[in-house]
Design a protein around this ligand. Structure first.
Ligand code: AMP
Ligand code: ZN
Length: 502
């Protein structure tokens, strides 16, 4: 089976060939992670769920994936569509908002600590991100913290890269004291986004700011270090007390942490992902910095970008009232009743990553039916005897599932194949007992995080009562579970209670 993915760098599908060709098939992958100034929204999580599905698919096909997803907790400016940033730090924006919220007595909850402390804000939203990520089955949430580097803890690595870029003539200290990257000194600038220097010089698409033009060599030069002792978070440096630019953060964290995981110095990584808005300027600048520093031809061999999630066909925005966090959806503020996290996961993964996904209440209902169907099949399979299949991945159903995903993660075709098999005469619960776990290793919808330990305790009590032929107690326990919103089924391994879906 040939795995091929669409590469934003070359604008075509290419066979996937990891740098490491050893038997363990190591893959080094970096995903641009959340900026922790607020709760992540469902669009952010479309990008994160995509990265998780990619990882899980590569694992299904025998790769050892080293996944790193950063936590952006400084330097991400509000005008991040401009090459050199601008506006204010998103952490500062959060601080102002939270201080106002505190005055109005509506801070998110007591766990936030001091809303005047940007580190407290960053840790609070990082924890919220991890909770959401766990609920949605993202494996990165259970990796050691090393895999989720914080920008504020990698400032020395950023400064070392800036030093190298200055020494080799690719960066300069301008008259305003800030350090800029000189884009004219990097031939490949524009190779990812098509925003060549000529286009940028002409002010194409308003993607260079008017600010600081007097001190910059080229309008498109972007910030590496900003001396600013009044900034919300600041560090000493050879260029004055200040803070790093957003782009240098990801260049430094990706190469540093993935090299640590590889046990050798990497100058090229296998995969780099992000949402489509990251292509320019963020990823274009990352390439210039990383290759400008290491001299490598390529910083990442494969660049994958998810198209945006829309809500009811429109861009999410607070003013339109269609801006939803993961919590809004899970806690029932969008549909009027709580949503099982696996249903939201399925909704976010079910359409192809290179087309816009459209989040709707109807889509969520369809996702709930699909998840219920899969879970029912799993419960039925659990009750059946396993039929010996030497290797699930060799079974035609799993092979077809993997083959669809091997074609640039064609998830809709992969999932359609599974449902076709469930409906077909070929379906056999004995085989399903082996096949479904392999499929769920990628989809990850079987877990019912809502199935509280309490339910497990009640199931155990129910089985004990039934064993003791105390059917009155068993019936009462069964009713208690049903009243609490569980589907109760008797399997050969005992009673199983699953939370009913939205
Ligand atoms: P941020 O927290 O703003 O740094 O964004 C985290 C990730 O979410 C980035 O990779 C963005 O490109 C991605 N992203 C932001 N909005 C959307 C959206 N509506 N749909 C899909 N991905 C998004
Ligand atoms: Zn990034």
């Amino acid at each position: 089976m040939t795995i091929q993915f669409y590469n934003t760098l070359t604008n075509r599908k290419e066979p996937f060939a990891p740098i490491d060709d050893s038997a363990d098939k190591h893959v080094y992958m970096y995903n641009c992670g959340p900026t922790v100034y607020d709760f992540a929204h469902i669009g952010n999580f479309r990008a994160f769920v995509f990265a998780d599905v990619l990882r899980r698919f590569l694992e299904l096909t025998g790769h050892t994936v080293h996944q790193v997803m950063n936590i952006t907790d400084v330097g991400h400016m509000t005008d991040d569509q401009l090459a050199d940033g601008g506006g204010e730090d998103k952490m500062e924006k959060a601080r102002k908002r939270l201080i106002e919220d505190k005055k109005a007595g509506k801070l998110p909850d007591g766990a936030l600590g001091d809303p005047d402390d940007p580190f407290a804000i960053a840790r609070y939203y990082e924890n919220a991100f991890l909770e959401d990520a766990r609920a949605l089955g993202l494996r990165i949430a259970d990796d050691p913290p090393l895999h989720r580097p914080r920008a504020t803890e990698h400032v020395p690595q950023m400064q070392a890269m800036i030093r190298t870029l200055i020494d080799n003539g690719k960066a300069y200290v301008a008259d305003d004291g800030a350090v800029y990257y000189d884009v004219s000194r990097f031939d490949g600038y524009g190779s990812l986004s098509g925003n060549t220097l000529d286009k940028l010089r002409g002010g194409a698409g308003g993607r260079v700011s008017d600010a600081n033009q007097a001190v910059k060599r080229n309008p498109a030069d972007f910030l590496l270090w900003k001396p600013d002792p009044s900034h919300i978070m600041k560090w000493d440096s050879a260029w004055g007390e200040g803070y790093p630019g957003w782009h240098i953060e990801c260049s430094a964290m990706s190469l540093h942490v993935l090299s640590q995981l590889a046990g050798r110095e990497l100058t090229t990584i296998d995969i780099h992902t992000g949402g489509e808005d990251n292509i320019f300027p963020h990823h274009e600048c990352e390439i210039a910095q990383s290759c400008g520093c290491t001299g490598a031809d390529r910083f990442a061999n494969l660049w994958m970008h998810t198209r945006f999630l829309l809500v009811d066909g429109e861009k999410m925005s607070k003013s339109k009232g269609n801006f939803y966090t993961v919590r809004d959806v899970l806690e029932g503020r969008v549909t009027g009743r709580p949503v099982d996290p696996a249903v939201l996961r399925f909704e976010l993964l079910k359409s192809h990553y290179r087309s816009n996904a459209n989040f709707t209440a109807k889509g969520l209902e369809d996702a709930a039916s699909a998840v219920t169907r899969l879970r029912n099949a799993m419960t039925e399979a659990d009750a059946a005897d396993a039929q010996a299949i030497p290797d699930a991945t060799a079974h035609p159903v799993v092979k077809a599932f993997a083959a669809s995903l091997a074609d640039d993660l064609n998830i809709s075709e992969a999932v359609a194949g599974v449902f076709e098999w469930l409906r077909s005469d070929a379906y056999d619960p004995h085989e399903a007992r082996i096949i479904l776990p392999a499929i769920d290793a990628v989809l990850a919808v079987s877990a019912t995080p809502d199935t509280a330990d309490d339910a497990d305790v009640l199931c155990a009590q129910l089985d004990a009562a039934r064993g003791a032929k105390d059917f009155a107690t068993a019936d009462a326990l069964r009713q208690q579970l049903i009243d609490a919103g569980y589907d109760v089924q008797t399997t050969k391994d005992g009673t199983v209670a699953r939370k009913k879906l939205a």
